[in-house]
Ligand binder design. Structure first.
Ligand code: FAD
Ligand code: EPU
Length: 330
């Protein structure tokens, strides 16, 4: 059976029944129909195969970037199998600005709308005009505009109502020619006379300093989402922990950094089996080599339980855990 170890960035040892690649829409559809039990995979940087998967893993490699220019904007139609960071780098080199804050996020373009990737003050939803997809049930191509994608923090319709029902084939982006650089987040505030290039360089520098390289220590980025809690729940938390970092978000809710909760709960640097809570960013769990899926599940559950008991805040995994039969909830 084919190994999945090099097809997901956590690099756990796991196998699939079949591993197939598609390069165009008809072959994508025909493989999905040939293997009703399948898992679509881009670059596996948000997927953790915690045991052998009893189905076919289908690798999306639809490539191609089409460019159209108007007086006011550059529009890009990008194949779902293109690499995200290469797209950002290509755009910057062409003088098409905006996406530089999202540099070095691993993964394929087709996965970018699924959890609405975000970093350093921006989300991919800020640039997406529409997403092209094929419906598995009908074989029909559909196009969802930005509003129809129902983007939220690490969320979209593709993780909700359309989960498992579509193949994303292309993503359409619009980069306005008049654009103000975004330096509002953390370390970017300190940039003097920022340019798109200096933002790109700084984002890459900070990310390399904080986040472990998956090829050195397998990981899937943030293991949990930053919890969003109500204003009432936040007042109670702040009464007990006045120093708690927090950010206001929509509907009077408050976002708390999960890294802070995990750090305060004493998990930074803690290890279960061969899985470790990363020392410079405790929101990331890493594979020290030969880790098993049960090490991952044990440490993740322990962190969730401890944070819940201590702070009365529920952590929700950001990563997709895949077991024998498909997606697994913790
Ligand atoms: P995969 O893991 O291959 O797939 C993710 C999900 O999408 C799966 O459920 C899969 O079935 C589904 N899927 C994939 N392609 C398709 C398709 N064509 N059609 C339908 N369904 C599909 N994320 C952020 O938002 N911000 C960050 O700053 C960030 N930093 C990271 C840093 C590191 C070191 C790592 C390892 C990850 C980080 N991530 C971050 C998470 C990850 O980069 C994103 O979630 C990325 O979009 C995943 O892309 P992928 O192709 O690897 O997805
Ligand atoms: N913190 C601690 N202890 C630590 C590290 C951080 O308490 O050891 C606290 C600090 O208060 C810090 C805060 O956590 O200010 C936030 O840390 P950071 O700026 O590193 O960002 P994050 O909220 O942990 C989020 C995303 C990242 C994204 C960065 C930058 C989520 C779940 N994670 O991390 O995305 O790159 O912001 O924008 O929203 C990913 O999704 O995989 C991912 C890496």
């Amino acid at each position: 059976m084919p190994s999945l170890q090099n097809y997901h960035s956590f690099h756990l040892q796991a196998e699939a029944q079949q591993l197939e690649t598609f390069h165009d829409v008809p072959s994508a559809l025909s493989l999905c129909r040939q293997y009703p039990q399948h898992y679509l995979l881009g670059e596996g940087s948000n997927t953790v195969f915690i045991e052998n998967y009893d189905g076919a893993v289908l690798l999306n490699r639809i490539t191609g970037i089409e460019v159209s220019n108007s007086d006011t904007a550059v529009s890009l139609r990008v194949g779902a199998g293109e690499n995200w960071h290469n797209l950002v780098t290509t755009a910057l080199a062409q003088g098409w600005h905006g996406m530089e804050n999202l540099a070095l996020i691993p993964g394929a373009v087709g996965a970018s709308p699924i959890q609405n990737i975000g970093a350093y003050g921006l989300e991919v939803a800020d640039f997406i005009t529409s997403v092209e997809m094929v419906e598995l049930a009908t074989g029909l191509t559909q196009v969802l505009n930005n509003a129809e994608c129902q983007f939220g923090y690490r969320d979209s319709i593709f993780k909700q109502a359309l989960l498992g029902k579509v193949i994303i084939t292309h993503v359409n982006f619009c980069l306005p020619k008049t654009y103000s650089l975004n330096t509002r987040y953390g370390e970017l505030k300190a940039l003097e006379n920022p340019t798109a290039q200096s933002i790109y360089n700084e984002v890459i520098r900070v990310r390399r300093a904080k986040l472990p390289d998956p090829d050195v220590a397998g990981n899937a980025g943030s293991f949990f989402k930053n919890p969003v809690i109500s204003a009432t729940a936040f007042s109670k938390l702040q009464a007990r922990y006045p120093e708690v970092p927090h950010y206001p978000v929509a509907d009077d809710n408050v976002k708390i950094p999960a890294a802070w909760l995990i750090d305060q709960a004493g998990y930074k640097g803690k290890q279960v089996g061969k899985v470790k809570c990363h020392i410079t960013q405790p929101l990331v769990l890493t594979n020290l080599g030969q880790a098993t899926g049960s090490d991952v599940v044990l440490l993740a559950r322990e962190i969730m339980d401890t944070v819940n008991t201590r702070f009365n805040v529920a952590l929700e995994p950001e990563v997709r855990l895949v077991g024998k039969e498909g997606l697994v909830n913790l």
